[in-house]
Design a protein around this ligand. Structure first.
Ligand code: A3P
Length: 303
């Protein structure tokens, strides 16, 4: 498991800020997308434009609550298997979160650097494409993503809560949540999934066959773990294993972050009207697209 003290320190700081933030003041808009004031600033976004990516940077792009901490863990274990060095997070790994000087400090970090991000494709710094960094894009079905997002807000004591699931659902569908609309994010990335340095991975496929997913991720980033190493990483990357260590790896928020890890939890919260609204939105935005097919919506989002 990676060394996470910077990671935990940053999360604790964000939670501290969240304690004072009312839900109505949680978001600010930058270039058309809402972000949480507790984690992002326009100064950092401006500094991000000058960020210099490297060809061996490991970019992990996902909408919030699609399993980014899961993939971060898998990647850090692959690096460990490859180099025998524990991956230390020199900064909080979400690229767009932190102070504006972070990109200067990152110039000094050894490769490979892990850059997690929730940014839409067109908001990423151009050097990522110019320098051909590889990008793994992680998706999860929108219904479970929304439910996970709602619980994160309403279960973590320091994060502002919504009045009800219905209220959150309305905001989620309008894209008035941190990092904006799931569907805009998906439409934006859909155009790029066939790019040479981009690979798609589905949360639900990883749940179905973790070892196969780890193997694919390893191949994409050029790691060559043995069969035995893949088995070890799989055993350490199950939901149960990660939840058991979550306080050690993520601090107080750990058990909330590793909440349930299931496919289909949405069935407990969605009512018929909400189901229909999301099915219609999916059809409108993604039906007939490459990403629409890859998401296997009919398998995971039909009652
Ligand atoms: P739930 O809230 O549905 O449990 P992110 O890391 O992007 O914030 O995503 C969090 C979601 O990923 C949570 O979903 C969490 O439980 C799930 N998750 C994290 N690690 C997992 C694992 N090893 N297996 C399955 N799901 C996992």
């Amino acid at each position: 498991m990676a060394t996470n003290s910077k990671f935990i320190g940053y999360i604790d700081e964000a939670l501290e800020k969240s304690r004072e933030a009312a839900l109505s003041h949680l978001l600010f808009t930058y270039r058309g997308i809402p972000y949480p004031v507790t984690m992002c600033t326009s100064e950092t976004f401006q500094a991000l434009d000058t960020f210099e990516a490297r060809s061996d940077d490991i970019v992990l792009a996902s909408y919030p609550k699609c399993g980014s901490n899961w993939i971060l863990h898998i990647i850090s274990e692959l690096i460990f298997a490859d180099s025998k060095k524990k991956y230390e997070y020199p900064e909080f790994p979400v690229l767009e979160c932190g102070d504006p000087e972070k990109y200067q400090r990152m110039n000094q970090f050894p490769s490979p650097r892990i850059l997690a991000t929730h940014l839409h494709y067109d908001k990423l710094p151009r050097s990522i494409f110019k320098n051909k960094a590889k990008i793994l894009v992680i998706f999860r079905n929108p219904k479970d993503t929304a439910v996970s997002f709602f619980h994160f807000h309403n279960d973590v004591p320091d994060i502002p809560s919504y009045g009800s699931w219905d209220e959150f659902f309305g905001q989620f569908m309008k894209g008035q949540v941190s990092w904006g609309s799931y569907f805009d994010f998906a439409i934006n990335w859909n155009k790029r999934l066939d790019d040479e340095n981009v690979k798609f991975i589905l949360y639900e496929d990883l749940k179905e066959d973790l070892a196969a997913g780890i193997k694919q991720i390893a191949e994409f980033f050029g790691f060559s773990p043995s069969g035995e190493q893949i088995q070890t990483i799989s055993a350490q990357s199950t939901f149960q294993a990660m939840r058991a260590k979550s306080q050690e790896t993520h601090g107080a928020v750990g058990p909330f972050l590793f909440r349930k890890g299931e496919v289909g939890d949405w069935k407990k919260l969605f009512n018929e009207t909400q189901n229909q609204e999301m099915d219609d939105k999916f059809k409108e935005c993604l039906a007939g697209t490459a990403l629409g097919t890859k998401l296997k919506y009919d398998s995971y989002c039909q009652a």
